[in-house]
Ligand binder design. Structure first.
Ligand code: HEC
Ligand code: HEC
Length: 226
């Protein structure tokens, strides 16, 4: 009789073991699907990009501390990795970490990070573009990088005169720095403002202008448009 009571108590506790409630789990799923840029690069349960390790299986390779750390500061954990820092609150980071490690036993052995050879920071606009943007936008800005087919919204076509001449330089800067979500565009366009310097973002705007061979609308160019 006593053991039956214990059994009845133990079952619901066991179901809670991974440490994330169904509500939090649902919230994390919605954030990942509709607001955060993570699935722009990562696959999760069959959805999302293919240019980064799968998040479906990440708990088999990384423990919670590693996952929280790489979300907080990717360049510190894996110097040179093509993962920009997404500005999110500590509580959102914790929620996503719990979600990604759900069901995993606590304290999975961390896999030693594979550090790519550290190279001097490359600052030419074309190399920045190839490194951070081309996987989605395509090397020549056609909106057709190898990762584009995994995205629900096609990446902007940077070599399209029609599309890009409708954008001011400031609008391009804001989209690169702040990401798609805050611009009312696809959230899978990541924010680079916490990873690239303002001068680097300005050089990317100028680079997009060479790809489209165009300028912003007349109202945005101080009347200096030819
Ligand atoms: C622009 C692409 C990009 C975006 C956006 C991105 N990541 Fe990453 N992420 C990467 C790459 C590339 C790596 C691989 C780093 C390495 O070489 O170990 C990575 C690694 C990781 C890892 C470690 C995976 C492993 O197996 O080692 C986690 C966890 C992770 N990212 C979570 C996230 C989360 C959560 C978000 C959203 C807040 C996010 N990433 C956004 C590109 C991206
Ligand atoms: C993970 C894929 C991905 C990466 C990496 C990425 N983008 Fe994007 N980007 C997108 C998507 C998708 C859109 C389209 C958003 C929309 O139209 O709703 C977009 C839109 C944009 C826009 C807005 C254009 C407009 O129509 O106003 C700019 C500017 C831009 N990206 C620049 C960049 C630059 C520069 C980089 C590299 C530093 C970059 N993107 C990296 C996916 C990506």
């Amino acid at each position: 009789m006593r053991s039956l009571v214990l059994l009845i108590i133990a079952i619901p506790l066991a179901a809670q073991a991974p440490g994330i409630t169904p509500f939090k789990e649902a919230k994390a799923r919605v954030l990942l699907r509709t607001q955060l840029p993570c699935l722009g690069c990562h696959e999760l349960d069959g959805d999302g990009g293919r240019v980064a390790p799968s998040l479906t299986t990440v708990a088999e390779r990384r423990n919670a501390a590693y996952i929280a750390a790489i979300i907080d500061d990717p360049q510190r954990v894996v110097p040179g990795a093509a993962m920009p820092k997404t500005p999110i609150s500590g509580s959102t980071r914790e929620l996503i970490t719990q979600y990604l490690t759900r069901g995993a036993p606590l304290g999975t052995t961390p896999h030693p990070g594979q550090l790519p050879p550290s190279s001097a920071r490359d600052v030419t606009a074309s190399s920045l573009y190839n490194r951070w943007c081309a996987a989605c936008h395509g090397q020549s800005g056609g909106g057709d990088g190898p990762n584009a087919k995994y995205l629900p919204v096609r990446p902007a076509i940077h070599n399209s005169t029609t599309q890009m001449s409708a954008r001011s330089d400031d609008a391009l800067f804001d989209a690169i720095a702040g990401g798609g979500a805050i611009m009312g565009k696809s959230p899978r366009m990541p924010a680079f403002g916490a990873t690239l310097a303002p001068a680097e973002i300005r050089s990317l705007v100028a680079y997009i202008r060479t790809l489209c061979a165009c300028r912003g609308p007349a109202w945005s160019t101080d009347g200096s448009k030819p």
